[in-house]
Ligand binder design. Structure first.
Ligand SMILES: [Zn+2]
Ligand SMILES: [Zn+2]
Length: 344
């Protein structure tokens, strides 16, 4: 089969012909129909993250059709449409057994530690394959598996409840999902903070109140719009110290700031003014859980969550085109979300 693979760090991915993956009796073999090209993939290709053994097929946002199932598989059938949870966990260690499988002692991410979905076929343990309803396209199914799932987990970490207010700092794919999901979880008002007008326009189409941080101070504006109270939950989706600080400073009494954007830069906060004085919490959010995906997929099926506008480019399984998209992501020249689409 064809696979687009990382041969060595900081080099273009290459097309290789490799055998269709072998499967054990607990696995499923999936014919890949759509694979999202994610910003993380650009980091992986550049060698900024420790990878599994190379050559390695990238791609962790995968949807397709079940081609073959192992003899012990009961949750999906051959021919069924599925999307794939990207973390392969053991199901048996302390973290798996206590509901935090993203911290599994032997967790392996597809397209990062083991072969992923920039290929014609992929094999995964059956529990990683989740039925994808007919109402959701393969492209949307693929992108649900990363940004949208991470947004839902962040909202769960922030314990958003009915009647609360939410601020979302950064309105990319993560932020757009977070806006819609926050409303579905009961938020009465969602503020979207970004410096790009087109993104803010899209955010307001999904019901958020846009705040242009290039033209005004995001924190001041949130205070003004909430009559001085601040928000109950604020999500940081960018990974910059400034927006992290603003996320925390926009909180009201008992507010929860959830940090999703990645950064290595230390974060300074004023303990009394921003935390103690409000009994505020700062929470890290990492990945998402398999158990969160059925709810997410159901929300997409009901069109409570619409990611159709997130996917704006479809490309074939072609090394040059994929490398070009990864270059764009690396250089921030364009943050259009591309998906590799393969005909059935
Ligand atoms: Zn991703
Ligand atoms: Zn485990």
């Amino acid at each position: 089969m064809k696979a687009i693979r990382m041969i060595e760090p900081d080099q273009p991915l290459q097309l290789q012909q490799i055998p269709i993956p072998s499967v054990t009796d607990g696995d499923v073999l999936v014919r890949v129909r759509a694979t999202g090209i994610c910003h993380s993939d650009a980091h992986y290709r550049a060698g900024r993250s420790s990878m599994g053994e190379m050559p390695l097929t990238l791609g962790h946002e995968v949807a397709g059709e079940v081609e073959w199932i192992g003899s012990k598989v009961t949750n999906v059938k051959a021919g069924e449409r599925v999307c794939l949870h990207y973390n392969i966990s053991c199901g048996d260690c302390y973290y798996c057994k206590t509901g935090s499988e993203q911290f599994c002692e032997t967790v392996k991410m597809i397209g990062h530690h083991v072969n992923g979905g920039y290929a014609e076929y992929i094999a995964v343990p059956a529990r990683n394959a989740i039925p994808l309803p007919d109402e959701i396209s393969f492209e949307e199914g693929a992108t649900l598996m990363c940004a949208s799932a991470t947004a839902l987990h962040a909202l769960h970490k922030g314990r958003v409840k009915d009647g609360e207010t939410v601020a979302v700092f950064g309105v990319g794919g993560l932020g757009l999902s977070a806006i819609q999901l926050a409303k579905a979880l009961g938020a009465v008002e969602v503020y979207a903070v970004d410096i790009k007008s087109d993104k803010l326009e899209l955010a307001s189409e999904y019901g958020a109140i846009p705040i242009h941080a290039g033209r005004m101070d995001g924190v001041d504006e949130i205070r003004k719009l909430t009559k001085g109270k601040g928000v109950d939950v604020a999500l940081e989706m960018i990974g910059l110290p400034t927006t992290m600080r603003q996320t925390i400073e926009s909180l009201g009494v008992l507010g929860r700031a959830v940090i999703v954007g990645l950064s290595q830069i230390p974060l300074e906060v004023h303990p009394y003014r921003t935390l103690i004085g409000y009994e505020a919490e700062v929470i890290g959010s990492n990945d998402h859980l398999l158990q969160e995906l059925p709810l997410l997929i159901d929300m997409a099926r009901r069109k409570i969550l619409d990611t159709s506008q997130v996917v704006s480019q479809k490309i074939p399984l072609d090394a040059d085109k994929i490398n070009q998209r990864l270059d764009d992501l690396d250089n921030y020249t364009d943050d259009v979300r591309a998906v590799i689409v393969q005909p059935g």
